[in-house]
Design a protein around this ligand. Structure first.
Ligand SMILES: [Mn+2]
Length: 335
């Protein structure tokens, strides 16, 4: 167990806020295999071991395609709990990641508990948090919670936790030996060939067209050693930003018009997150929210913002912001 003290604290908080209560579990916007895998096992534990009277799970904003595939496979679906007694936020590094559910959660007046493995900064004082960046995934924290409870995961639980750990460690590329031991333990209960493919789901035709069109419309900038691309699109923001990073961008900025706002999604590559020394969800978000009226945030490698301006203006200000934060000029590559 990575941190026995933290897991005991988690257990004690759950014991006092879940037993006999109606509990709403919420992930960060869009969800990902880690938040969904951890939420699935927590949902089961809340029913069985913590004796919650009702449990539901919600994903704010658009649910990503691979998350849908995983949920269908393990038999887990979203459920809205009416007037819950407590909110449990899973894998939520900042409250801005609650997207359209942020106000509902914060204005409920109910206990809010965050279970997370990111650095928690500027967390609202009314929010309780069990978090440690020493954990490589929330699914790993939940793995340790099962061990603490002396519960052996069944096949669905093993699949959910394995996918979460595998995804958040970039297919074990940033894992350590402790996580590898846990992953191996889970792997012995499942068939990798049936589940690992779910992390690369088939995309449907409209999304495929959107991705290809986003590529056609990009502007490419060189900021010192980093390549930054921006694209003005119509939808599928997170998916397009991710695909531009896998196409080779260190930072991808995509924006779409939504009413009188520009919604901007930003993603960065692993090496940018590791070596650039700036975070999209904090540094870049702060910069843009000083320039424009709006809201949003995220974490080091991913951000989503709503800004009261045009998409082109928001994207060019984002490039300017990155250039200032990195202390290098932005040079647009022509053609
Ligand atoms: Mn995570």
């Amino acid at each position: 167990m990575r941190n026995h003290w933290l897991i005991r604290q988690l257990h004690e908080m759950l014991a006092s806020h879940v037993r006999g209560k109606k509990v709403q579990i919420v992930s960060h916007w869009g969800g990902d295999p880690d938040s969904v895998g951890a939420a699935y096992v927590l949902d089961r534990c809340f029913r069985t071991f913590y004796e919650a009277s009702e449990v539901g799970f919600l994903i704010p904003d658009e649910v990503s395609a691979h998350v849908k595939a995983i949920m269908t496979h393990i038999g887990f679906s979203e459920k809205n709990v009416t007037s819950p007694d407590a909110y449990i936020l899973v894998d939520v590094g900042s409250l801005a990641q609650l997207g359209d559910l942020k106000t509902t959660v914060l204005e409920s007046g109910k206990p809010v508990l965050v279970i997370d493995h990111h650095l928690q900064h500027s967390v609202n004082p009314s929010v309780m948090s069990v978090a440690s960046p020493s954990y490589l995934a929330v699914s790993e924290m939940v793995y340790d919670l099962l061990e603490f409870l002396n519960v052996k995961p069944d096949k669905q639980m093993a699949e959910a936790l394995f996918l979460g750990m595998y995804y958040d460690t970039v297919r074990l590329a940033v894992a350590d030996s402790e996580l590898a031991y846990k992953a191996a333990n889970l792997l012995s209960q499942l068939n990798p060939s049936t589940i690992i493919g779910m992390l690369e789901p088939k995309i449907d035709e409209p999304e495929r067209i959107a991705r290809l069109k986003a590529l056609r419309r990009i502007n490419v900038f060189k900021l010192g050693e980093w390549f930054v691309v921006s694209s003005n699109v119509n939808g599928y923001l997170s998916s397009l930003a991710r695909s531009l990073v896998s196409a080779g961008a260190h930072v991808a900025l995509v924006g779409a018009t939504k009413g009188e706002y520009a919604v901007v999604a930003a993603r960065s590559s692993q090496d940018f997150q590791k070596y650039a020394g700036i975070g999209l969800g904090d540094d870049l978000a702060k910069y843009l929210l000083r320039k424009f009226e709006g809201d949003g945030g995220g974490h080091a490698g991913a951000a989503r913002l709503r800004l009261k301006t045009s998409v082109d203006e928001a994207l060019s200000e984002a490039v300017k912001g990155l250039s200032l934060l990195l202390g290098v000029n932005a040079v647009e590559l022509a053609g």
